[in-house]
Design a protein around this ligand. Structure first.
Ligand code: TXA
Ligand code: MG
Length: 298
């Protein structure tokens, strides 16, 4: 096992075709064995080794978005061991664009199973330091700097006739619709074993975290010792709060979000209070992660 950088978050990687190596990932992450892993590959030419019954839509999407933060779910090829797929007959594939990991994948030629390099249910790591804080010296870490996208890839299920987004990411449903020229549904309630990211508070900080509307923000923070994530600047009479002014643009916000959550957690305030983000399509994935991070939504 080696922690590798990707453009989204750091991954905990091992040879995807070696069931013993894959089992070690589940153990170290404390992840239930029925929660499938994403297999990372160098490029779209390798899809046919891992998957069967590959629809045209797979190549339409990978032509545009690979390498990059898009994961496609396809029927798995029959020879693929189902340890990596959590016992399912489908497989998730992604070709990351991070230059170091691209190099590793090209040299290795195989697939790397890599979930985010955090313990199950905690915030994903976006720096080598985050990975080290969780797993210590025993895990080798390839330091590729801070992740440029900052939240996990978009996952689209292409294994049935109706493409569905299982996890929103910075490649939006709208961008995918434009390429496929068809309507794409966003699954809100996938069964827990298909997309553990859908479990409530799956990406949660340790500090109790509250997601609030802009209107309620000042009222909620009044009597609380808290870290505040807000797009508005710090108002007067809020000196009891540690105010973090978050970026105005979605790409910059996503890039810094987990980094700020890790930092806020380390400050050990009573609460992390997050002002909700705009309701437009480019914010969908961020909104999703904020809802999962929050223990309470007001
Ligand atoms: O950006 C990312 O995707 C990062 C980096 C490291 O590539 N990886 C990542 O992995 O987020 P992980 O394990 O934390 O999340 C993988 C998600 C899970 O929600 C899992 O259920 C889903 O992918 N998944 C994997 N295989 C699947 C399958 N066959 N069908 C449906 N969902 C699947
Ligand atoms: Mg994860």
């Amino acid at each position: 096992m080696v922690a590798i950088p990707t453009e989204t978050v750091y991954g905990l990687a091992a040879d995807a075709s070696n069931p013993n190596a894959v089992l070690k990932i589940f153990e170290l992450k404390k992840r239930p064995k029925n929660h499938p892993l994403i297999v990372h590959i160098a490029n779209a030419d390798q899809i046919k080794y891992w998957a069967a019954h590959i629809p045209n839509t797979a190549y339409q999407l990978t032509n545009i978005f690979w390498p990059g933060p898009l994961t496609i779910v396809l029927k798995k090829a029959s020879q693929i061991d189902s340890t990596v797929t959590g016992g399912q007959d489908t497989i998730a594939l992604r070709s990351p664009i991070h230059p170091i990991t691209q190099k590793i994948l090209k040299k290795f030629k195989g697939g790397l199973a890599a979930p985010s390099a955090n313990r199950f249910g905690t915030i994903s790591p976006t720096t080598a330091q985050h990975v080290h804080t969780t797993f210590g010296d025993k895990l080798p870490i390839v330091d590729g700097g801070a992740c440029s996208v900052g939240i996990e890839s978009t996952i689209i299920d292409l294994s049935s006739n109706k493409p569905q987004i299982l996890r929103p990411g910075m490649i939006t449903a709208e961008q995918i619709r434009t390429v496929l020229k068809q309507d794409i549904q966003l699954v809100h309630k996938a069964s827990a074993s298909r997309t553990p990211g859908m479990l409530a508070s799956h990406y949660a900080p340790k500090t109790p975290t509250i997601l609030v509307t802009s209107e309620k923000l000042l009222d909620i923070i009044r009597h609380k010792t808290c870290v505040v994530f807000a797009q508005q600047p710090q108002p007067k009479n809020t000196d009891h709060c540690h105010w973090i002014q978050m970026p105005e643009h979605a790409t910059a916000y996503a890039q810094t979000l987990y980094h700020q959550m890790h930092a806020a957690d380390a400050l050990r305030y009573d609460y992390i209070i997050i002002e909700d983000v705009p309701n437009s399509p480019d914010w969908t994935a961020i909104h999703d992660r904020l809802q999962k991070a929050a223990h309470t939504i007001l």
